[in-house]
Design a protein around this ligand. Structure first.
Ligand code: BES
Ligand code: MN
Ligand code: MN
Length: 462
């Protein structure tokens, strides 16, 4: 057995135990009630990077949550890999749908993970995947095979828009100088077919408020005679898609990149079973934009989705009422060339325009970000591809993802380097959902594959 495999084999139980400890801290960045837990997590990461063999580790304060920065410098003549990850997690709600506590990690076997998977919020997104890099670093320094310089930048606000990270990156270009950025915060096709993510969608996230009468009204005395904000909002939202499920906002598609027939044919080669897809979600049919396949709809096409909608009476029993206000949170996933700020403006103008008389509409933009596409002809991609080939015995397939990591396009702009997205999660790992988990196989495979990326990247850089 080679040194990488034997090191993982010898230390795997500790690797799992350490991740479990990290998963116990509820580092929910969206909820101020967990501020101290988020901060405690950054301290835990700092300690783990020191133990993994970094020369220097520091907690960098920002206007928001701290960024953990660490490095090990070997030689100015060698390339530098910058690892990015996030230690914050999504809120675990709805809690009653969890089979075990979201911050009480347990290992359970599943059909897809016969070796067991760790169930906890953040197991896959992104504590588990980020921690693979910390353990890969430990492995490389302990076995004396770190071939190049390495920097770590682990943030605590990814799930809420990475505002402080943008602030930090803009102010620290020199500190963060690198030859390639390496991230494990995406997924792959399956445990027998690895893939490398070559694209991420952009995002525009807005909140809308529709106001009708100045107070909640009796729905008998006033019903039918005044605009009901919830009825109106529902109608407005419904009108945002036409019968082909195209988005109706004027100008929305103007800059959307059209893929060539050849590119679409290449994409269609990735293994995918529509039957298995439907079965996994308990749906009898898929749904989406006419003229595109499921894999196209969720990666190369832009979307608009309501993420939450509320107003009026939602308590026990019935209350007859016309609410004064109705609200919704809406996300638009964007594809290359769509500018997120421009799309936010288009949405705002359109939504205000379609409001009928009798209500007023307020649109509040939240966060957003640009999409990203990595070319596959650079040495970073090649190094990643060779690494997976060694550990999975199969060439990984390049695949665009539907998710977003908005900071990646900022890295390219500010740091002038490409990002390689070496994800080891599976779509079925339920990130952002109840019962999120991460396969033990995936965790250990990641730790095994990452050192090979360093090796091949250094070799190809010569
Ligand atoms: N790790 C995810 C993004 C992801 C997951 C990309 C799987 C590709 C495959 C990340 O933590 C995330 O959830 N991003 C948010 C955007 C952010 C601005 C809140 C998203 O995609 O909703
Ligand atoms: Mn993530
Ligand atoms: Mn996430």
């Amino acid at each position: 057995m080679n040194t990488i495999k034997s090191y993982v084999e010898a230390h795997k139980n500790r690797f799992i135990d350490e991740l479990i400890e990290l998963l116990k801290i509820p580092s929910i960045s969206a909820d101020p009630a967990y501020t101290q837990d988020v901060i405690d997590t950054s301290t835990a990461i700092k300690t783990s990077l020191e133990k993994a063999g970094c020369d220097h580790v520091e907690i960098c304060e920002t206007p928001g949550y701290p960024i953990v920065y660490g490095h090990k410098h070997i030689s100015d003549d060698l390339p530098t890999v910058l690892v990015y990850g996030h230690y914050d997690v999504q809120p675990p709600d709805p809690l009653d749908l969890w089979e075990s506590g979201p911050f009480e990690p347990i290992i359970k076997k599943t059909d897809i993970h016969p070796e067991g998977a760790i169930f906890a919020r953040g197991a896959c997104d992104d504590k588990g995947q980020m921690y693979m890099h910390v353990k890969a670093m430990e492995l490389m320094t302990a076995t004396d095979q770190l071939p190049c310089n390495v920097k770590f930048m682990i943030e605590g606000e990814e799930e809420v828009g990475s505002e402080s990270l943008a602030w930090f990156v803009e102010r620290n270009q020199e500190k963060l100088a690198n030859d390639v950025i390496l991230i494990s915060d995406t997924g792959m096709i399956s445990n027998t077919q690895p893939s490398i993510t070559t694209g991420l969608r952009g995002l525009s996230y807005v909140e809308v408020e529709v106001t009708g009468p100045n107070r909640d009204l009796h729905s008998g005395l006033y019903g039918g005679a005044v605009a009901n904000p919830i009825n109106v909002l529902s109608k407005m939202i419904a009108s945002l898609h036409d019968e082909n499920n195209h988005i109706t906002i004027p100008g929305f598609y103007d800059k959307v990149e059209d893929l060539s027939k050849e590119e679409r044919a290449e994409m269609a080669k990735a293994p995918f079973s529509l039957e298995a897809y439907k079965k996994a979600l308990d749906i009898d049919s898929v749904y989406g934009e006419a003229g595109y396949t499921t894999n196209e709809r969720n990666s190369i096409r832009p979307t608009l989705d309501v993420n939450g909608i509320w107003g009026g009476y939602t308590g026990e029993g019935a209350k007859t009422v016309i609410a004064s206000k109705a609200y919704a949170k809406i996300s638009m996933r964007l594809v290359p060339n769509q500018e997120w700020k421009e799309i936010t403006e288009l949405f705002k103008t359109h939504f205000e325009n379609i409001a009928p008389k009798g209500v007023t509409v307020k649109v509040t933009p939240h966060h957003g970000g640009q999409g990203y596409v990595t070319p596959i002809d650079n040495i970073g991609y090649k190094a990643a591809s060779k690494a997976y080939e060694d550990t999975f015995g199969k060439t990984p397939i390049p695949q665009r993802s539907g998710g977003s990591i908005p900071i990646v396009s900022l890295f390219e702009k500010e740091l002038k380097s490409k990002t390689i997205l070496m994800g080891f999660g599976l779509d079925s790992d339920a990130i952002h959902s109840p019962n999120e988990h991460f396969g033990i196989f995936n965790y250990l495979k990641g730790i095994e594959t990452i050192p090979l990326f360093y090796k091949y990247f250094t070799e190809l850089s010569k």
